[in-house]
Design a protein around this ligand. Structure first.
Ligand code: WT7
Length: 658
């Protein structure tokens, strides 16, 4: 897919797919059964937000009632002030108290597959015992309410258990995706001032072991803050051990009491930090708090996926808990809805490219949520893989992370959904905590490539710099004009960056950082980022982040990084580097630089295309001409190709002379 062809196809896309008239028994009735029902309720949610959200919040448990529903405006948003609750309680204890302790909470499948898969099923009772033991262990290790706990693990059940244990004792977690490097761990630990890391000896990825504990060991040399490392044994790989610092999960958790009281948390107490990339080199710690996030992820999960307990539904989101999608739509939004959430440990194509469909068939998955990049990879691997499996359990298909090209959308609908499942293309962000623009499966007519309409309470608009709405089908800035319950509450330790990034450009509105247009039917179309952020396989990366890691290598003097259309990843990374005197361009150096970026940030940040140049094309004022670089990168389909500097300066000169 090229960016251009995608934009052209979405501009001409006019196919409309009506929602199914009715769902079968396992889905039951649709919560929102028609577009009229959506529109009526949407109007109410915008006109009387307090009433609307109070009703939703009442479906969950609070230890003390709130005084005000929404009590302030951007940037200092507060919801349910005065209310006290605990999100772990609502995920686990509440289900037990209502008599559902024996229902399945989590279904987990490991990656290794030797004829029979490794499966663990946890009921709410099981989960309660495990979470309490972990919570008590964290307390024994000296973690207090308010202390940030860093979590760097593979997709094992203990990851969900650790997250919930933190919520239980009021210790905000900072989960770092297991693909990030030691340097990335150390940076985040320093920023969050965190003293404890929970990790695994290793995690499985395509049959080999990712050495998570080794990575944490290196991180402990890069920062002095880490004094405790709690380690789960998963892969049995060799690891080094430091007495006094390292603690085995089973040694400490197994001996703990199976009960641990939930901390009573203020609605506005911090629930977690999650680092994400922005337009400067340094990732920012996005802060979410307890009450509003709980209510919003609960309702979006329920209505966007039509989750109904007691119907044998099985929900599967293929994201990693290391991203916001995993936080909101594997754990926090799901468990309060009492539909089992499936966690899969490994790669989509291990041992064979049909692994996902095998899982769907065996576990009879009803709601499936994945990313466009995965869909494109499956399209490429061939229809024979899904065709081998009975996918008739599927009822709702979701996508998230990046714009989905209409070809991939249609393939998803036809080959995976048998033309019978509505597709919910959900637009949202780490900062928004939950779905913002999305179809509702029983209500919204869908069109390939559009994330359709705002969720309840979301006052989204496409505006110019003055905050005025632009015309139909005109491109503009995507903003949200009113606070919603799971609005980010800040960038940890950096108030200025929080204001500058989200609230400075358009007065009084939340600036998403995406451009968009709204069509004649009121459907939104995301057009791309407006900042120096690129979206690689649905993962956000700052071009500056990659540039700083390149120039931190001795051989590189200057680097410029741009996005380039990529068949599978959506956007790939192209890097242009000028070398220090005495350094010669070579394939070895390219490999070394890619490896270096992998060590500095993580494998997802390794450039797909790397070019050496004597100079970067710049404007007279010294600004790198990224557009030109994007054109140069896009015109090259292979990183083997060594474009000479001559081509490059010729292009640059041409542009300069225009
Ligand atoms: C950025 C947010 C939200 C969880 C995963 C990514 C892009 C996300 C869509 C979509 C078009 C999308 C946007 C957004 N994005 N979902 N359905 N259609 N673009 O979270 O890492 O915070 O990235 O991802 O550009 O701003 P994130």
């Amino acid at each position: 897919m090229s960016e251009q062809s995608n934009i052209e196809s979405i501009l001409t896309e006019s196919r409309v797919f009506e929602p199914p008239q009715s769902f079968d028994e396992r889905i039951g009735g649709a919560y929102i059964p028609s577009l009229d029902a959506y529109e009526e309720l949407y109007k109410r949610s915008i006109e009387s937000p307090d009433e609307f959200w109070a009703e939703v919040a009442d479906e969950l448990d609070w230890f003390e009632q709130w005084n005000t529903v929404c009590s302030s405006d951007f940037p200092d948003v507060k919801w349910f002030e005065g209310g006290k609750t605990n999100l772990c309680h609502n995920c686990v204890d509440r289900q037990i108290n209502m008599g559902h302790g024996d229902d399945l909470a989590i279904i987990w499948e490991g990656e290794p597959y030797n004829g029979t898969p490794e499966i663990r099923q946890l009921t709410y009772h099981d989960l309660h015992a495990e979470v309490c033991r972990c919570a008590n262990a964290l307390k024994e290790l000296g973690v207090n309410k308010g202390d940030v706990v860093t979590i760097y693990m593979g997709m094992v059940p203990e990851l969900a258990i650790a997250v919930l244990a933190c919520a239980r004792i009021g210790a905000p977690h900072s989960v770092i995706f297991g693909g990030f490097s030691s340097q990335a761990i150390a940076d985040r630990v320093e920023d969050a001032k965190s003293n404890i890391v929970i990790t695994c000896d290793g995690s499985w990825r395509r049959g080999s072991v990712v050495p998570l504990k080794d990575n944490v060991d290196v991180a402990t040399e890069l920062t002095e803050l880490i004094d405790t490392v709690l380690v789960i044994k998963r892969c049995n790989n060799d690891i080094s051990w430091q007495e006094g610092r390292d603690v085995w999960w089973h040694d400490i958790c197994d001996q703990q009491d199976e009960d641990c009281q939930c901390e009573s948390m203020d609605a506005e107490d911090m629930l977690f930090l999650l680092y994400t990339s922005g337009s400067t080199g340094k990732p920012k710690g996005i802060m979410h708090t307890t009450g509003g996030y709980m209510v919003y992820t609960y309702l979006t999960s329920k209505w966007v996926f039509n989750l109904i307990p007691g119907k044998d539904q099985v929900y599967w989101c293929t994201a990693d808990v290391g991203w916001i999608t995993g936080h909101s739509y594997i754990i926090y939004g799901l468990l309060p809805n009492r539909v089992p959430t499936l966690m899969y440990e490994g790669a989509p194509n291990f041992p064979e490219p049909d692994r996902f469909w095998d899982i769907v068939e065996r576990h009879k998955v009803t709601q499936f949520y994945t990313a466009p990049t995965a869909i494109r990879a499956f399209m490429k691997w061939g229809d024979e893989h899904p065709s081998k499996h009975d996918l008739s359990s599927l009822k709702v298909l979701g996508t998230v992370g990046e714009p989905i090209n209409p070809e991939a959308w249609m393939w998803y609908r036809e080959v995976i959904g048998n033309n019978a499942c509505p597709i919910v293309d959900t637009w949202w962000q780490t900062e928004t905590g939950g779905h913002m623009l999305t179809p509702l499966p029983g209500a919204t007519p869908t069109t390939p490539g559009s994330c359709t309409r705002p969720f309840f309470g979301i006052d989204a608009a496409v505006v110019d710099d003055d905050g005025n709405e632009v015309g139909e089908n005109e491109g503009g800035l995507l903003v949200v004009r009113k606070p919603w319950p799971s609005t980010l509450r800040g960038v940890y330790g950096d108030r200025d960056r929080f204001i500058d990034t989200y609230f400075a450009r358009v007065d009084g509105m939340y600036l998403a950082g995406d451009s968009a247009r709204k069509d004649e039917r009121g459907n939104f179309w995301i057009m791309g980022r407006i900042d120096d952020v690129i979206n690689v396989s649905g993962h956000r990366l700052g071009t500056m982040e990659v540039e700083s890691s390149l120039v931190s290598h001795d051989s590189v003097v200057e680097a410029a990084v741009v996005g380039v259309p990529h068949e599978i990843k959506g956007t790939g990374i192209a890097a242009f580097c000028t070398l220090a005197s005495g350094c010669q361009p070579s394939e070895e150096l390219k490999d070394a630089l890619r490896k270096h970026v992998g060590e500095e940030i993580g494998a997802i940040a390794k450039p797909d295309i790397l070019k050496f140049t004597d100079a970067l094309p710049k404007t007279r004022s010294g600004k790198i001409m990224r557009r030109l670089l994007r054109d140069v990168a896009a015109g090259t389909d292979s990183n083997q190709d060594v474009t000479t500097l001559e081509d490059f300066t010729v292009l640059a000169k041409l542009r300069d002379e225009e």
